[in-house]
Design a protein around this ligand. Sequence first.
Ligand SMILES: NC(=O)c1ccc[n+]([C@@H]2O[C@H](COP(=O)([O-])OP(=O)(O)OC[C@H]3O[C@@H](n4cnc5c(N)ncnc54)[C@H](O)[C@@H]3O)[C@@H](O)[C@H]2O)c1
Length: 354
Amino acid sequence: MIFRKEGLTRAIEAVVAAGGSEPREAKAVAENLVMANLLGHDSHGIGMIPRYINALLEGGLAVNQHPRVTLDTGALLALDGCKGYGQTIGHESMEMAIERAKRHGSCVMVLANSHHLGRIGHWAEMAVAQELVAIHFVNVISQPRVAPYAGRDARFGTNPVCIGIPLPGEAPFLLDMATAALAQGKMRVAHNKREKVPAGLLIDDKGFPTDDPRYAVVPPLGAILAFGGYKGYGLAVACELLGGALTGGGTWHYEESDKQRVLNGMLAILIDPSRLGTADSFRGETRQFLDWLRKGRSAPGADKVRIAGEPERETRARRERDGISVDDTTWKEILGVAAKVKLTAEKVEALARA
Ligand SMILES: NC(=O)c1ccc[n+]([C@@H]2O[C@H](COP(=O)([O-])OP(=O)(O)OC[C@H]3O[C@@H](n4cnc5c(N)ncnc54)[C@H](O)[C@@H]3O)[C@@H](O)[C@H]2O)c1
């Protein structure tokens, strides 16, 4: 099924509102998820709604929350997300951190106990839009899905890292990635579409390599591997220590959980490059490096060299034009949870198609 972004946003907004969220929150959640679909990250798009609503009904996600300040010294900011929707908590936390980074030149923000923050790039984009550099380390309290290097058992989540850098005269550098070889949600999307995943990303329940995404989605579970062998694994552990331990939100050290809630802890380091005394170098050298990078030849079979963030912007242009494709399983799951919050499938369909 192909939807326009406007209809899809209205439909998702209605489902979130039916769960008890104020209009502002319902709109923020819907816009954030549809934006992830537009950018090509279906794993972090509207397909999260079943999980969110089930978490809400289980009591693992709370509506209409705001970050609680546990420490504020200006350049150091500690917040508790109170298990609220990440789309509200993330936005309000970043607004506070950005204001402090502008005032003091930098801000180190730790955010504990936010419900799922979605695409971490969304938060870096907020800072970059204010000409700030943003570095994020995030852990995931949900279910262990990723095995350590040389390990067989899943021990932590897909722990994302994100670096956003404003660029002179063009859209930002936005490296936004799971430390897992493939985001958990992408395994779910592949499983829903009955597709295989590339070799080298996943092991089955006995520790052998497999290309069947079911081993990341339904029992008996195997484990996703970290990207880049021990290097990605090292970054994943850093996310657990910085996003989990340092934020106060906690690390993952439990056996399997059947809870639907997904909590994120996030360390965000914001830097105002105009305040370090290197602003001329930052602009000039950035420009020269990017020009140099792009003068290099592309590899055989590749169309061009891109920087992080570019592929998503290209996908967005295509999906704004052609619409967003949603697979049947995902759509049925969304209609299923809509019914749980007393919204009929007809109503959701009508909003999505309007
Ligand atoms: N909230 C959570 O708990 C959580 C957990 C894991 C992942 N995530 C999110 O999942 C999303 C997807 O992560 P992912 O690892 O699947 O992303 P990905 O592998 O699709 O992309 C990773 C990065 O590589 C860049 N990239 C891709 N192709 C490129 C190319 N040809 N040239 C140069 N750069 C290129 C992208 O711009 C992006 O910055 C991210 O937004 C991440 O924040 C969130």
